[in-house]
Design a protein around this ligand. Sequence first.
Ligand SMILES: [Cu+2]
Length: 278
Amino acid sequence: MQAQTRVDVFEQIFLVFLGLGTLVGVVVIAYTLYNAYKYRDGGDETSDKARPTLGELPTGGEGGKKLFLSFGLSAIIVISLIIWTYGMLLYVEDPGDEIPDEEAIEVDVVGDGFAWFFEYENGAESTNTMTVPEDTAVWVNVTGGDVWHSFGITDLRVKADAIPGETDRTWFMTGEAGDTHEIECFELCGDGHTQMVGTVDVVSEEEYEEFLEEEAPDDDENGDDEEADDENGDENGDDETDEENGDDEENGDDEENGDDEENGDDEEADDTEDGGDD
Ligand SMILES: [Cu+2]
């Protein structure tokens, strides 16, 4: 998907404001220094002649031209900035056709008692770790269970208030498989506020499907509990999976491993660690 992410949008806004702010600062300071130098005390009396006297109204230079030019330019810059930024933020609110619904997934998020609870489209659930497929748009429907929290992922420029009785909906783009992003509560909510953290775990498409299957509620198509509980060794032992992976050794390792989430191949696990270092 080539659509702009919200990280791109906020970076553009930041750079444009930084650039213009710097430009205005340079112009103002340079002009101030220029005038301080030009009208410096020259020691003779004639240099004081052009100085305004008490009670005289400043004309704004050349009959007001300078004043008009400076106000005019400022107005153009400020009004363009407002319109442009507003447009960018409308896109952040709702990217519309840029990110078609068919290509996005939805996750319900509840912030409650100092933890984050996630529910996926098939009813699968997780706590504090949000598993999402790579290169996908994720819509989150955020609400609060007890008090006001705020679902925040700084890396991805996500912030959605988690308020009991209300649902705040927003989106983000996941990156490459192996990336992780920290989830924090952005609203001071009580004793455990600072511990109210979690992780967005970006995994490959296949791993995501596996995760959904494993975590699916019992009454789903995955009614056979034994299969789900039988660890990954069993599942990876499946003919189809083997053919896709073509990686028998690592599947062998998984039987010992028995850890549901780490069941990808070992390289993946390494990537995750690398990603965390960045
Ligand atoms: Cu909180």
